[in-house]
Write a protein of this length. Sequence first.
Length: 392
Amino acid sequence: MRYLFIIFIVIAVSGNAQNKIVGYVFDAQQHVPLLNASVFLNNTSIGTQTNDKGYFELIVPAGKFELIVSSIGYQTYQQVINAPTNLPLNIILHQKIETLDEVVVVSDAYEKDGWKKWGKWFYEQFIGTSSFGKRCKIKNPEVIRFRISPNKQLMTVIAKAPLIIENKALGYNIRYQLEVFQYEFVKQRLFYAGFPFFEQMKGGTRQLQRWKRNRADAYDGSALHFMRSLYKDQLTEVGYDMRYLFKYRNEEKERVKQVYKKRILTQGSVIDLGGDSSAYYQRILQQPDIRTETGKNQLTRDSIGFMNDSSAFVFNNKQYIQVYYKNKPVPMAYQALYPKSNAIWLSELVLINQQPIELYQNGAYYSPTDLMLIGFWAWWEKIGTLLPVDYN
């Protein structure tokens, strides 16, 4: 089963009131205004660009959010802000500086013809293999670089400029500032971090209706849908079943492995199987290394966390949690890839760093670095199905 560990440095936005924030963006060395720097709220469709004076203004919801400022050749700026702000923001961008040694080392480490070798693989890991993902296109793949670790176990991907992604299935153009992308081949674990900004495509009446249906389909059963339902304490009403998932080492399989290891070391000498047959041993060796047991009782929101004084739900449960969504079957593409999945919408959550996260009304949570998604969501939650947190 694939694991997904995904970061969007998620924004927490609350309330319906609209506020204006204004500011200026300058170059750190020359102290001159920066023209056309991108200024946006992370993972939303709320954004703008600076004018020739480096000035910007945004109309934003009240609450706490992540402000992102980026420009090619500069380090990405990020700041958590509570709107409204009373004073203009003065933002300084620092140029990216690479020493000669770093350039030589990194250049040598890049895979030659990387996109030709790894482009399809990157699409599957980053964009996804859902029907929506198959209608996505990265329009500037030439900015992507691939690097494999000396032991061949870790793939690192960098982008020299923001990725321009066209999602014709959901009707979005996405400008994605990729900060980190790492994939562990042995564990099949993906970790990526970045800042997406959404722009809605223009279309006719039929196209807009089709996008609306597809967005609703992408949302239904997604992690965003689950998080919003969890915050509102409406999991059962919308079709979710949440239970503890207990995981144990398969001690019997470990014992059998040791028996066979001893047999190999003694070059096939007769080993006392303790009354067990070879057929029994073969059956045990086919079992998973980790055995799981689902809790008998359905969990409520308040059994895994609490509401704090800032109107955020604090998810502080340190055990594995299994989430089953019963209102729709899994896509055929997932069934084909994982035929043993029993065709059910089954996922897992775990706080991998044992640190609590804060969940907000719009479904955003912080810090996403502390939450791992496993199972169906590990396949589904890719850029091809990604919706902005201001989606309604």
